[in-house]
Design a protein. Sequence first.
Length: 252
Amino acid sequence: MAKLRKLIRTSVLKAKKALKLFVVQIDRETVARTYLGGRGIEIGALHSPLKVSEKAHVTYVDRMTVSDLLLQYPEMASQQLVPVDIVADGERLEPLSDDSQDFVIANHFIEHCQNPVLAIENIFRVLKPGGVLYLALPDKRFTFDSARPVTDIEHLLRDYTEGGQCSRREHFAEWARLVDGIADGREAEARVNLLMEQDYSIHFHVWSQKEMIGLVTFLQGRYPFDIELMLRSNEEVIFVLRKLEQPHEGAL
């Protein structure tokens, strides 16, 4: 019996060690190399595009040209921004045809959307059946958003039905108060007005891991996709979602 217990302990320790090694080896590049191929887009890559393998050809989409982006973000003057191939609203992707992309990379993009559900809807519109969405979201608990309340599904539905403008000022005010740390009412109001005038791209919505899972589950009830992968990686959570040929039974 003692030998059996020792054998079990040894086996468990070996399994834990093997699992630890396996998990450490899964990173962004591994995920991209495994799931992304063909021709696709990355939205809002700025200076940190996702590294992909030679089997993936990426077209870069952003809401501004590189020169305009540098005016919006002067702090990035020393950074090398990717060339913007298509200037378009990332939430609508209007220049892109339905069922035209093998993959879409939304790497820390959705939190910048005023209307995240609309953005996801259009991503699945442009994806081919069988195409892949690489979705990475920062976990607010480990970022400058830590003091902000999470965005619930009811809020997202309101933004979807009424348009993101309905809560735009509310988000800028929350940002000024809880991220910039401005306590004075007049100073905060001035900051909000400046950010709105600049159309500055803040994190309009924030989630922790728990709410991200709820968000993806909610979206799966609306749009036809399978969850190929969910991975917690440092301060972010990565989802790989594959568009289905047919909607799930019971999907809205």
